[in-house]
Design a protein. Sequence first.
Length: 271
Amino acid sequence: MRKNWLIELRKSRNMTQEEVAFAAFINRGYYSQVETGKRTPSLNVAINIARVLKFDPMMFYRDHLLDFSENGFNLKNNIPETFRSMIDGQILYLYSNPDKFVEHVVTFLVTAGEKDSHCLLIDDYKNYCKVRQKLQASHNHRDINTHLWSVNIGDLKHMDPKQIEQRILDYQIHFTEIKTIRIWINEETVDKVDWLYNFETYLRTKSRNWTKPKVKLLFIRSYNANRISADLSIKMMRMYSHLMTDVEIVHSPIYKNDNKSFLFSPLSTQQ
């Protein structure tokens, strides 16, 4: 579908296709195909184009998904305030700026400390060290230090589903009598073999009568937007109720609410 709104917006800025493409770090041919609708930009490219022409990058998804305004979707949600007010739900975070990523993880943890919520951070050791370093600079870091546990993402990817389940069950001693839990899983790329999907499949077959865990769970899964295609972004937006970028959190317009997560169903067995 030809993006007339993008063409008109570019012209209103008195910019050529070549100028926009150069400022957005892509070639002119690519940008031309975006305007004609022959290509859908990745989220990272969409953000760069939006930065140049000063508009909401989610406009690109309006064309071929749903119109956010007609369906009551809020386009602007302050991230820190959302972390403070949201006690359960699932968020897909596609980040472009690694520094912003670390900043948001720290905010996620600090706001959890304010609510006396426990956190499980699943990431590689390098990112974990960056988060800990920035967390130490926060005046609220003591509130979360006793409520934070971490797991190396590389370990989980090399475990079979039964081993992953046992690893999670090992944390139950920390979650006793806890009503709210926050979990953040970060991965640089989307692997062909999704360890999380395999784990959830294992839990479904093992516990067909699974019920909602007794705890409130706020779950974020994040990826580097530079390494995920637009098509895959859209596919994953169907799986998570909220979509997060470096600057905002929005409701996913194509979330299927029958995508019930079994991720931490072992927690429902708490005594």
